[in-house]
Design a protein around this ligand. Structure first.
Ligand code: PLP
Length: 432
């Protein structure tokens, strides 16, 4: 299967090249030249297939010429020792829980699949790889966990000193082994700047094969389509058509859902739910895409003012606003509404959501209120509420149980390297 650049349809590459490059030469994002179709076993409901079986069959559509079935199945089993259950809150209302991975956020799906894919190609190339990432918190921990103990891969994570939460810091700094955490005396922009400088430094690139493993990599997008298919298979027999509401920031998650739909998954509609960073809902109503600096909110993993996957959405809908509006509606949700939603979901359904899921819930409600047909309504829960303990606790009055895989981190020993934000220092560290 060939992948094209969203900036130039004629610029195509193999899957292997696309994942090692991340971005196309012309800075476009990669998309499959022709979307494969899912087998009917996945598009007909109530098969009761396991998550592993669904993920395998869907991944096979993309990767059947890259690796034999038994290798792919083993890769899927290693990447996903957890699943994505739907929980029924009331008739026709569900949440799709995406936080059962090791870092309790949906980014585990993309990061772990990507890590396994890299491992597969590196073994074939007998090459070593250095994954270099700057993080403001969550992406870094999902990537670090995913690549931990992968042979032939070193991980170097830069995070801003004293600017990530204690739990996030412990997630980054306690893995050890092939994962090195560098605590930068500066802010996230400093971390990102020196990582960028390192990528364009000729001395470093002559010695190391570097990748950013960042969220626009096609290897992170593909696995995010699996749980939409899995949600469909978990619904009761003869359920009405599905509406998915996706709490969105960089729009990778929504793009993956739309890919699954265009590959044949029956979905009635998608809701793009954002916080105050509403450039996509704005586009859907005005037709004008205007990026802006990001605004800080309580659903901070979605504080994105220039969502990079917008280019992919345009690619999938041939840049037609009418086409995209037939499948997607957008709503922007304030912090105040988000807090009230946390309380409402808890009081009405006895369910503790996180602030990102709560944004998805409000977007879903707004969409349902303005239509008449009956649908199965699913909002995606992208993080465990314990990761946003204070907000959830203040909004609901409830105590959030801290899962053991978070609480046990606090007993571990932090291991990090303190560093001033200078390329020279990072370079010494990488070349040592
Ligand atoms: C990254 C993230 C999102 C946003 O996902 P996108 O694919 O960037 O739209 C939503 N919720 C949580 C918890 C996240 O970590």
């Amino acid at each position: 299967m060939k992948f094209y650049s969203t900036n130039d349809k004629s610029l195509t590459t193999s899957f292997e090249e696309a994942i090692f490059k991340g971005l196309a030469k012309d800075k476009g994002l990669f998309l499959p030249q022709k979307l494969p179709q899912l087998p009917t076993s996945l598009t007909q409901s109530n098969s009761r297939l396991s998550f592993t079986e669904i993920a395998f069959q869907a991944a096979r559509c993309f990767l059947h010429d890259e690796m034999p079935d038994n290798v792919l199945l083993e890769l899927i089993e290693n990447a996903f020792p957890f699943s994505a259950p739907i929980v029924e809150l009331s008739k026709d209302l569900y949440t799709l829980e995406l936080f059962h991975g090791p870092t309790l956020a949906f980014k585990d799906f993309g990061a772990r699949f990507m890590a396994s894919i890299f491992e597969f190609y590196l073994a074939r190339r007998s090459q070593e790889l250095t994954v270099l990432v700057a993080t403001s918190g969550d992406t870094g921990s999902a990537v670090a966990q995913a690549f931990h103990n992968k042979p032939g891969i070193n991980v170097v994570i830069l995070y801003p000193s004293k600017k990530v939460s204690l739990i996030q810091e412990m997630q980054l700094t306690t893995l050890g082994g092939n994962v090195k955490a560098i605590e930068i005396e500066g802010n996230f922009d400093d971390c990102q700047r020196i990582v960028k400088e390192a990528f364009s430094d000729p001395d470093i690139s002559s010695k190391l094969v570097l990748t950013s493993a960042n969220s626009i990599n096609i290897a992170r997008l593909i696995p995010q389509s699996f749980y939409y298919i899995s949600a469909f298979h978990q619904l009761p027999v003869n359920s009405p058509p599905i509406v998915f509401s996706v709490p969105s920031g960089n729009f990778g998650n929504l793009t993956a859902g739309i890919m699954a739909h265009l590959m044949g998954l029956p979905v009635s509609h998608f809701v793009a739910s954002t916080n105050a960073n509403d450039v996509v809902p704005q586009y859907l109503s005005s037709g004008i895409f205007e990026t802006r600096p990001s605004i800080a909110t309580i659903s901070n993993a979605m504080d994105v003012g220039n969502p990079s996957n917008f280019a992919r959405l345009m690619g999938l809908f041939q840049s037609s606003k009418d086409a995209i509006c037939k499948s997607v509606s957008g709503y922007s949700v304030s912090d105040e509404e988000t807090k009230l939603a946390l309380k409402e979901i808890y009081e009405k359904y006895g369910y503790l959501a996180d602030p990102h899921g709560a944004v998805g819930y409000i977007g879903l409600k707004r969409y349902i209120n303005q239509k008449t047909n009956i649908t199965s309504n699913i909002f995606l829960e992208t993080a465990h509420p314990a990761k946003f303990y204070d907000t959830v606790n203040h909004s609901t009055g409830a105590n959030v149980d801290i899962p053991e895989r978070l609480s046990k981190l606090l007993d571990l020993q932090k291991q990090s390297y303190l560093m001033r934000p200078e390329l020279k220092l990072l370079k010494e560290f990488l070349m040592a």
